[in-house]
Design a protein around this ligand. Structure first.
Ligand SMILES: Cc1cc2nc3c(=O)[nH]c(=O)nc-3n(C[C@H](O)[C@H](O)[C@H](O)COP(=O)(O)OP(=O)(O)OC[C@H]3O[C@@H](n4cnc5c(N)ncnc54)[C@H](O)[C@@H]3O)c2cc1C
Length: 464
């Protein structure tokens, strides 16, 4: 599937349906949920009734070969409210990890448990980060030890979306600490399993409608088949990791891998969420600046107001293009050799922070108070340069990819071409076409006008 900016009819409908949902259902209640810091159960029910809260919906969007459906959906939903948006899509985050690690049987078993049914909704959580550090995932301290037919999980998790209230906790734990992240595995811990302690719900700056918690796992026992991917796969991965360690210990050079982790594939989704906030703020600020008058005219007539907004409009579109490209790459199975997923997340999250700050400034005192949603968007946006990999970590990934690429040219140099041998010989920009044009020009005084036209057609722009 080639990359295309043209939407399919189904994608256009998805955008419109999600936008209406964000405008009519989410926006009217967003400020209230933010103020009370309450979980938006009734919005989740409405999202489920609309079909936006189901594993099949997300599998369907992930399976879109154009890659655009999921970022389109995310941008519109989060245009409504990022806190409520996170509450709606949190199970999809857990599902995506299950999808990457689980056996097909495990996927079938746990995916419905992450969402439930309208009227009986369930929640899921992805538990990776720990109080001692979220960025350095190699050093996570939660452990999983095998005891007969069970795994025993012990540890402490921090900033966990839906933590402690989820029906399914997907928990990252270390089986062999000497192997870094290769010695870690994901386990499903059902809500209510003895030993899970919800230490506290966290009091957040923004995205306050989503539930984020500190959790402890005290000798939590789960059956052996709750290890995602199964024991054989884990043992074989750890065996390979030990072999590499031994080779490195005996002086063999450590291989530089250009293949970036699966995070690269999920980062565009988070980027699209940030774009939703950025766009909301830009639209709001622009409308305000058109109507607000100072010194005898609308404030947008001042370049001091319009230029920063123009710059942000440009940066938002650039970030969206990066996001769609990365999402298309994930769908098309194109390798993320240059950190393209991280580029999307970095650009979108940074522009969301800049746009909300500028929107607030554009509105002066009105931006600073909660009569308008801009101060909330300003608080919400900041999360995006922190979670799912901080901006520094995105730069680190891109920087490492640059190092590994060692001066290699950008993505399109590596891409397989599409088209016929005829195109290679006679397509636009080929020397044959240039020569034909030059010949036609040199002959122009000796040719009848009709023949000239025919000859020059080769260089004419395509007809609309
Ligand atoms: C509201 C919220 C929701 C979250 N939801 C979840 C969730 O559902 N599940 C989950 O598992 N986690 C979640 N997180 C955790 C989030 O992913 C982490 O906070 C994030 O990865 C950063 O980890 P940290 O906070 O420990 O910061 P640290 O890793 O301690 O980093 C501190 C600072 O140092 C910088 N830094 C670290 N290493 C380097 C380096 N090598 N070079 C340069 N700078 C560096 C960082 O960029 C950051 O600025 C959430 C966090 C928040 C705030």
């Amino acid at each position: 599937m080639t990359f295309s900016l043209a939407l399919t009819p189904a994608q256009k409908d998805l955008v419109e349906r999600t936008h209406s949902f964000a405008e009519d259902v989410i926006r009217p209640v967003a400020a209230e949920y933010d103020r009370k810091q309450e979980f938006p159960w009734d919005v989740l029910e409405k999202a489920a009734a609309e079909g936006f809260y189901s594993p099949l919906f997300y599998r369907d969007l992930i399976g879109d070969p154009t890659g655009l459906s999921l970022p389109l959906f995310m941008e519109e939903l989060f245009w409504g409210c990022a806190g409520i948006g996170l509450a709606v899509v949190m199970p999809a985050l857990a599902l995506s990890s299950i999808g990457q690690a689980a056996t097909p049987e495990q996927m079938l078993r746990w995916a419905p448990e992450c969402f439930g049914q309208p009227g009986n909704l369930k929640l899921a959580a992805l538990c990776i980060s720990e109080p001692e550090g979220g960025s350095d995932v190699r050093n996570l301290r939660t452990t999983a030890k095998r005891d007969g037919d069970e795994w025993v999980i012990e540890g402490h998790k921090m900033w966990i979306g839906n933590g402690g209230i989820a029906d399914v906790h997907v928990v990252n734990a270390t089986v062999d600490p000497d192997l870094g992240h290769r010695g870690q595995a994901l386990f499903v811990v059902p809500g209510g399993t003895p030993g899970i302690e919800l230490v506290r719900k966290l009091d957040k700056l923004g995205c306050r409608a989503s539930h984020t918690a500190e959790l402890k796992f005290h000798q939590v026992r789960v059956p052996a088949d709750h290890l995602l991917g199964g024991d054989d796969k884990l043992q074989s991965r750890m065996k390979k990791a030990r072999e590499v360690q031994e080779q490195v210990a005996t002086g063999a050079p450590r291989r530089k891998s250009a293949t970036l982790g699966t995070f690269e594939q999920t980062r565009p989704m988070v980027a699209a969420q940030a774009l939703g906030i950025a766009r909301a703020a830009l639209e709001y600020a622009t409308e305000y600046a058109n109507r607000r008058e100072a010194f005898g005219g609308p404030i947008i007539d001042n370049q001091g107001i319009s230029f920063p907004l123009a710059q942000l409009a440009t940066e938002i579109d650039a970030a969206r293009l990066l996001t769609w490209r990365a999402s298309w790459m994930a769908a098309a199975g194109v390798e993320f050799r240059h950190g393209e997923g991280s580029m999307a997340k970095l650009a979108a999250s940074e522009v969301a922070v800049k746009t909300t700050e500028r929107a607030l400034q554009t509105m002066g005192g009105w931006g600073y108070i909660s009569d308008h949603p801009v101060e909330k968007w300003y608080r919400d946006a900041k999360l995006y340069t922190i979670f799912e990999g901080t901006s520094e970590i995105q730069r680190m990934v891109i920087g490492r990819a640059l190092g590994a690429a060692d001066g290699a040219p950008p993505l399109h140099f590596d891409q397989a071409t599409e088209g016929t041998a005829f195109n290679r010989r006679f397509g636009r920009g080929t020397s044959v076409r240039t020569k034909a044009g030059e010949f036609a020009m040199s002959m122009k005084d000796r040719m009848p006008e009709s023949a000239q036209r025919l000859a020059m057609r080769v260089l004419a722009p395509p007809k609309k």
